[in-house]
Write a protein that binds this ligand. Sequence first.
Ligand SMILES: Cc1ncc(C[n+]2csc(CCOP(=O)(O)OP(=O)(O)O)c2C)c(N)n1
Length: 515
Amino acid sequence: MNGAQAVIRTLVGGGVDICFANPGTSEMHFVAALDDVPEMRAVLTLFEGVATGAADGYARMTGRPAATLLHLGPGLGNGVANLHNARRAAVPLVNVVGDHALAHKRLDAPLESDIDAIAGAVSGWVRRSLATSAVGEDVAEAVATASGAPGQVATLVLPADVSWSEGAEVAAVPGRRPAALVPPAVLDEVAGVLGGSTVLFLAGEAVTEEGLLAAAQVAAGTGARLLATTFPTRMARGAGVPDVLKLPYAPQAAMKELAGVEHLVLVGAKEPVAFFAYPDLPGRLAPEDCAVHVLSRPGEDGVAALRALAERVAPEATPVLSEPHRPELPTGALTPASMADVVGALLPERAIVVDEALTSGIHLSAATAGAPPHDWLTLTGGAIGQGLPAATGAAVACPDRPVVSLQADGSAMYTIQALWTQARERLDVTTVICDNGAYAILAGELQNVGARSGGERAGQLLDLGSPGLDFVALATGLGVPATRATTAEELAEQFAAALVEPGPHLIDAVLRTGS
Ligand SMILES: Cc1ncc(C[n+]2csc(CCOP(=O)(O)OP(=O)(O)O)c2C)c(N)n1
């Protein structure tokens, strides 16, 4: 067996049976070995940022890593922004990065680069496989490390001669390391501070349905309030699930939400900080005199901790759940508010919502709180261009669930090639482009950071008009049927039609903003 065959067989044996790929010459033996191991499904992406973002979306929905196949340093580099998002989301992911054969590296051929430096920026584990005889073990360790608690990005650099040489062996992937239990002393500390001026700040496993139910029981029994991190990896929402507010993105709004809080209890979350520094605003969002406690760190069993806490402080309490309710189907102008109402009115059962709507998405949470139960994926690391790829990966992971991809226009253009993969794989994704023709958030940020604003040349850098982007043509060109909606009624009609028809669809929702 050659190295490439052992790599793929070890991946499959370890439960990694999807590979989002964009190969080159150094990965040809991996490509060839796909025909020897039919259990591995390889999905071609037309840009590496699509491969890495799809692997992120896949992991968010399965809890298991997908592999990526990337071409040397430049291929890995193209995938870095979405690897960054995956790392910040603490999802498991295994990169296989092809490299030159060992003897070729010293010739400094054109594609030679410092792969380890690029990998190190976004990986929790990096290894260059140096011997065909050991490549199976290397892959097994990559999968095990990626799949630990918390999940990590593991990057295996695979020289071409390690792939093509014979004498490789398949290795067994060790079982998943379970999350560490929270010590009783920590439960004691947190139990002692629960009350009306306490917030449980939730992220990671704590915003799964089980986590939210336990947290809501604690809240119901003690008067503590619940808040979720601004950009959760995957949050359970909808009727029958506790409706927990996500901390607002804008620092002033976030600070208002946290005003008067005396005890902030972190559950799988980091202390809330502003995304950026602004003149005259603090970076830390909790009040200065607020005591911060840690119930569980990422990688610890936050759900078990919340359950134990609920059992201790609120055994009889009943969590407050979101009632089923939907907005009326709106009519008239298509605005961020009416778009949210269309989504809330029509969101199907068990939908996976991938939210990269940015400024157009501010009404979505309220409009969907009572929709049928669904999962919500967000841009955890803030590097835009994750939405379309993550929707692609989520649809590969859950072929029986509808994926709704709510996508800001500027961010869509980073990884628009994801649509082609959706078409080729016939994925059930309904994309709504929030077409406001601008980098709207940055227009606000220009003022927030105290920069001079209103200048024509500055404005040009934030405007997506002249020429306007034709998303119907772009989607059609990539194989995805597309329509354009300019009123709330049109969006409702097109959204409903796209949801019932299998396969990918795109709706260019031309939004009226401002006035
Ligand atoms: C990889 C990456 N590049 C650039 C940015 C900076 N950035 C943040 S938001 C934004 C524009 C977003 O515009 P759009 O997606 O149209 O959403 P809108 O602000 O209009 O709601 C840019 C360029 C980023 N966050 N990540």
